[in-house]
Design a protein around this ligand. Structure first.
Ligand code: TNX
Length: 539
């Protein structure tokens, strides 16, 4: 069917003399063709938008001003002469759009999210030709995403980043049509969200006395400098609102029962042993975890209640990964829960913990996401699984009829090295060059068509043990983010690495103008050439 559409467009293109070549847009649109001519703009622009399309048009006008120095006004009446038209079409797919660029005007049709993505495509086309003037190639595009969940994560616990940077992060996500920001807010090394009922989280859990220098576990050197901070509820509201204007849902993650040492440092009564505890100063997995006692559940429910007031997202992420069971094995309180609930062992106890939290989350009208370890001991009834240790967890969950978000570490962990580790800044490990990200397909061949329906999409994760500042986040993000965008947005059957790589340079040029620190494309090209000296790699 889609091939038929493409063929028809090619024929039309040949007859009308249109130029058939991929437009420099990332992620690659579903169907596009370039027409003859250009749309040119002077120092000002007229915009027309109806009703619910107005906020998107306002946003677009602001981009024209800030990026291109063009003064733009949004009118409620269709202006005479050359203009941008934002037209609502409730029958469009929620995030899809149709875009037509002609010498006499630009028209985007869709529902608000689609109009926003259409506007992003326009800005990419303009940025790709950025000279002294604003020029768009005449073109026709029909576009919509492959997956509804297109995510990017950021770990703000191991290192923290200013709100100003989070907003830039959201801007980049929106530019590349990603729509879920997974905000990792708590971990062993720092608790980063203000919770009014528990002030010691901000006072104590947000701080660590120093940080490891070099790589864990080999290094034994510490910097001796206190590190910490947290986001106030007001700042969180600000970030959530900023994201929403860009059609991004922010999904908070509050880790439990593991990765909780910072919280235990503030409230040792939540542990199975007496403590005292200290916020972690090195990286890894720690034995001290929340104890499955009533006061712990009370604490977590109170925390989540405040969290849900801040985050309108229907999904709440509770972590659930890498839970060490040592303390539970030794704890009379934990063992008593195992007996009381008729559980088999500590794995079962982890499952009980998660189910109980899910019941609470569901009772508030929200849904729970957890890392794939929540499969152990049996999945909570409505849980969505984030598959990180490869795809197996995701495949198992989909077969059980659960929704899945794919984040396999071998393809989508942007904390992994991008090249030869002797020439790269220190990273956690692994090896994830650009083409490997690009080669990922979130729909595993092992699943039947009906099971594949449960794959909501995919997400890349940016863990920050070895990423201490914003510049380094940028370096780890670009250009790999472009590949992620195409993995989750573009139809699998018409995307190839060869075509993709030609559309990358204008994206990098735009980032360069904005002062972003990315990894050079030549470095990836050289790596690939070394791997395939005969250059016979078709994809
Ligand atoms: C595993 S992914 C973790 C994180 C680390 C990451 C480093 C996951 C659910 N847990 O705590 O930061 O590896 O790559």
């Amino acid at each position: 069917m889609r091939r038929g559409v493409l063929l028809a467009l090619c024929v039309i293109g040949a007859v009308s003399g249109a130029v058939i070549q991929p437009l420099p847009i990332v992620p690659r649109p579903m169907v596009m063709r370039q027409l003859n001519g250009n749309f040119l703009l002077g120092p000002s622009a007229a915009l027309y938008a109806e009703g619910d399309a107005r906020p998107v048009a306002q946003w677009f006008a602001e981009q024209l001003r800030s990026e291109f120095g063009i003064a733009a006004e949004v009118a409620a009446q269709s202006p005479r002469g050359k203009a941008f038209h934002f037209l609502l079409d409730e029958s469009s797919p929620e995030e899809g759009y149709r875009l037509r660029i002609e010498p006499r005007g630009v028209t985007i049709v869709g529902r608000p999210a689609g109009l926003f993505y259409g506007a992003q495509s326009v800005l990419q086309l303009a940025a790709a030709r950025s000279g002294a003037t604003f020029v768009l190639p005449a073109a026709e595009i029909q576009d919509q995403p492959r997956f509804p969940y297109r995510g990017l994560h950021l770990d703000t616990s191991r290192h923290m980043f200013p709100v100003k940077f989070l907003k830039r992060y959201l801007d980049w996500m929106a530019r590349y049509k990603l729509n879920r920001f997974h905000w990792h807010l708590t971990d062993d090394q720092g608790w980063r969200i203000e919770i009014k009922q528990y002030p010691r989280l901000a006072e104590v859990a947000s701080m660590r006395k120093e940080t490891l220098v070099g790589h864990a576990p080999q290094s034994t050197r510490y910097d001796g400098k206190p590190y910490g901070g947290f986001y106030t509820q007001e700042q969180i509201r600000e970030v959530v609102a900023y994201a929403r204007e860009r059609f991004i849902t922010v999904i908070p993650e509050i880790e439990m029962p593991g990765h909780s040492l910072a919280a235990l440092a503030a409230y040792p009564e939540l542990a199975c042993t007496a403590g005292p505890f200290e916020t972690a100063t090195t990286w890894g997995v720690f034995k001290d975890v929340y104890c499955p006692k009533e006061n712990t559940f009370q604490f977590l429910e109170n925390v989540l209640t405040e969290v849900m007031e801040l985050f309108p997202s229907s999904y709440i992420h509770i972590g659930g990964d890498e839970v060490q069971k040592d303390r539970w094995k030794e704890s009379p309180a934990a063992q008593a829960v195992i007996r009381r609930e008729g559980l088999k062992d500590e794995s079962d106890l982890q499952s009980y913990f998660i189910r109980r939290m899910e019941r609470f989350i569901n009772s508030k009208g929200r849904r729970m996401i957890g890392w794939d370890e929540i499969l152990e001991g049996g999945l909570a009834p409505d849980a969505t699984v984030m598959s990180w240790r490869g795809e197996d967890g995701g495949i198992a969950a989909a077969r059980q009829g659960h929704d899945v978000i794919m984040t396999p570490d071998a393809y989508l962990y942007f904390d992994h090295y991008q090249g030869d580790r002797n020439q790269e800044p220190l990273a956690i490990g692994g090896m994830l060059p650009l083409d490997k990200v690009y080669s990922y397909n979130p729909a595993p061949a092992a699943l039947r068509a009906d099971e594949k329906q449960h794959i909501l999409g995919a997400q890349a994760n940016v863990w920050t043990e070895y990423i201490a500042d914003s510049r380094q986040v940028e370096y780890m993000l670009f250009p790999r983010l472009f590949a992620l965008a195409e993995v989750v947005w573009s139809p699998q059957e018409n995307r190839t690495y060869r075509d993709f790589i030609n559309r990358v340079p204008p994206q990098l040029a735009r980032l360069k103008r904005q002062g972003v620190n990315y990894r050079a494309l030549d470095a990836f090209k050289a790596q690939r050439a070394r791997r395939a000296p005969k250059n016979n790699d078709k994809n």
